[in-house]
Structure formats: C-alpha cells, structure tokens
Design a protein. Structure first.
Length: 285
C-alpha cells in the first residue's frame, strides 16, 4: 500500500511540476522505454540462475502486501508453543509425537491456522520438536544447528532484495546507453533544420532521464520493501528458537515463552500481561 502511495507522490512531484512549464508529450519516446526495459530484463536474466530469477519474481508481489507478521501472529505462535510444551511437561515428550508428525490433523496445531498455513515456519517448529521427541539433545549443538539453518534462511530471503537493488543500480547506465544511441542518431542528422535536431536531442536526453527516474523512483523502493519483508520474516524463527532452547534447558513453559517474547520488536511484542491473559483465555476454551 505504501509503495503505491509513494509511486503516486513520485509521479506527481516529477511529472506534475514538469507539466507546469513543459509538454508531457516530449517525454513520450516509446522506443526508448522499450530499449531500457529490454536492457534491464536482459541484464537481470543474464546475471542470475533460474532459482534466483524465480525467487525474485515471486518476491516482488509481496512488496505490495502488508506484513502477516503482526502482534496477533506472534501471540498465536507463542500460544501454540505454550500448549505444546505444557503437554510435554504433563504427559512427556512422546505425547506430542502424533502432533508433530501430522500437525494439520493435530487438535493443538489446528487451533492456529495462521501458523499451519506458513509451511516454512511450521516445518522449522516441527523439525526441532521431532528432534526433542527423538532423544536426549545437547542444547549447544542444537543451538548451533539452528543458527546455521537461520543463516541459510536469511541468505535465501535476502537474495531477491540484493538482486533488485543491483537492477536498480544498472538502470541509470542503461538510460545513458539509450541516450548515447540517440546522440549518435542526432550526429548522423546534422543537416536537418534546428527544430528537427532539437526534437531529436530532447528525445535522446529522455533516455538519461528515464534511467535515473525509474531506478531511484520505482525499482529501488521495491528492493527496499522486499528487504524489509525478508527481515520481518526472520523474526519468528528466532522466537521459536529461543522458546525451544529455553525448554530444552529445563525452563517451565511459562518461562520459555517469555524468552521468545523478548525477541520481538516493540511494535509486535505483546506485553507480559497481555500474553498471560491471552493464554488464560485460550486455556479456558
């Protein structure tokens, strides 16, 4: 939503002020638009493998959507972990084996559709719960394994933003390429009347304008949004990690989820009382 609002402001600021003293038709040079677009797409495809191309294309629509990782989502995640760990404390680790192996059919997991529908988060959570069920764990080794997995996840999620930023960095250069091509065309037409040459020079300069305008006004903001979404998506894994490690270290479920709550940012973090009241309310259902 904010991306679209920003685009409207960018268009109004540049084209609106230009329209006061110039003709917008002078900026309409379709062949230069096509050339810059083609050069940009070609560079993007040539510089990345198919996996990165697909990941980048898939990440772009997310820049237009709001983040699913809000306070309600984190409360659901903490409440789910609390229920699972409470069951372990009362009935033993083997009591959650069926829940972990088939979370979609689990009476506990099914209460939290937001978590179950997020397959990456669900897999991360159930994988380590499964390891807990499987036998004695060395907390230090598990923490090291979690860190490696989170580092890999962060790298994969951050890659589309880096790729889009590289594209943004290259678009001004492609604008210059198109402008130079226009200048070459002008130099080959030096015998034309001044009015014709002036129009041709103006058309060539549009390439430089478009390259800079599109790069910093439209492509770079997408890179920023995708990067922010990637950073937001990583917080839930840290939360799950801290809760499970605290549980493995022998802390009670109430204390373990407090470890997780502390990993959340100020805007998404429920207060201690809010979370406590929410857990009591859900326990009564």
């Amino acid at each position: 939503m904010f991306l679209i609002v920003g685009y409207v402001i960018i268009l109004a600021s540049a084209l609106g002020t230009y329209a006061v003293h110039g003709s917008l038709l002078a900026l309409w040079v379709p062949l230069e638009y096509i050339a810059i677009f083609g050069l940009t797409v070609g560079s993007f495809v040539a510089g990345n493998n198919i996996k990165v191309v697909k990941a980048t294309v898939a990440a772009i629509p997310g820049a237009l959507k709001g983040s699913p990782y809000n306070k309600a989502y984190y409360v659901d995640a903490l409440a789910l972990l609390f229920e699972i760990l409470s069951k372990v404390r009362k009935e033993g680790l083997m009591s959650i084996e069926n829940d972990v192996e088939n979370p979609e059919a689990s009476p506990i997991f099914s209460k939290y559709p937001n978590i179950v529908s997020d397959h990456h988060v669900l897999d991360f959570m159930t994988d380590y719960l499964r390891m807990m069920v499987g036998g004695n764990l060395n907390t230090v080794e598990i923490e090291s394994l979690m860190d490696v997995e989170l580092e890999t996840h962060h790298h994969e999620m951050a890659e589309p933003a880096h790729v889009i930023q590289k594209v943004a960095d290259g678009v001004p250069a492609f604008g210059i390429v198109v402008a130079v091509m226009g200048v070459i065309n002008v130099m080959g037409s030096v015998g034309e009347p001044p009015a014709v040459l002036g129009k041709m020079i103006a058309g060539a300069l549009v390439g430089t304008f478009l390259g800079i305008y599109l790069a910093y006004g439209f492509v770079a903001p997408i890179a920023g949004q995708v990067e922010q979404k990637a950073n937001e998506s990583g917080v839930i894994y840290k939360t799950i990690k801290m809760v499970l490690l605290a549980s493995m270290s022998g802390y009670a479920p109430q204390v373990a989820i407090e470890f997780g709550r502390k990993t959340l940012g100020a805007h998404e973090r429920p207060s201690f009382r809010e979370l406590e009241e929410e857990l009591k309310a859900r326990k009564g259902k």
